[in-house]
Design a protein around this ligand. Sequence first.
Ligand code: GRF
Length: 211
Amino acid sequence: MRVVILISGRGSNMQALLDAGLPVEFACVISNRPDAKGLEIAAAHGVPTVVLNHRDYADRPGFDTALAAEIDAFAPELVILAGFMRVLSDAFVLHYERRLINIHPALLPAFPGLDTHQRALAAGVKLHGCTVHFVTPEVDSGPILAQAAVPVLPNDTQHTLAARVLRQEHRLFPQAVRWCAEGRVTWGEDGRVHVRDSLDAADSALVAPLS
Ligand code: GRF
């Protein structure tokens, strides 16, 4: 399976994917920010990189059209948003329907959008986590592939909580991409994602208790 990854910054989720020994070909990593740290990591892994600075475009449709042209040059079967911090236009999302996935740092449908860790603390939830989902036009609301939950501790700050969730992101994302690469994922008529092979499907809910 040929894959293109989109990033905007640090690239730790991208790195987890590159390091996971997945049965995929990483055709390219594209960043909308020239200073994204993840670009160096991708290059060190021998993956071609492209920078497409959104500031060079007058509007969102213009940027999204250029981005789609870059992506389509690689004819990917899967496009992965790994910390890509731009809202994408409906036209872009529909162009990649069923082959665009994202990782979100919360247990959707709770806390879509930004500042998820701070909002989870403010809400007093006792469990928090991360979600891998297909991307649909409505932000952070597409069918869920997999989730991982972590406890929220009394003394947590948004930073300690973010770090705990991030460790699970780095487990969950490679697992979900592996399922896609193995052709085991279907997005059913019922609007839900099904993973063939019941034993592994049970792993689509990871819980990481404190050890
Ligand atoms: C992650 O927390 C991801 O869930 C969110 O943005 C962050 C990106 O981190 N969408 P990194 O660039 O993968 O290190």
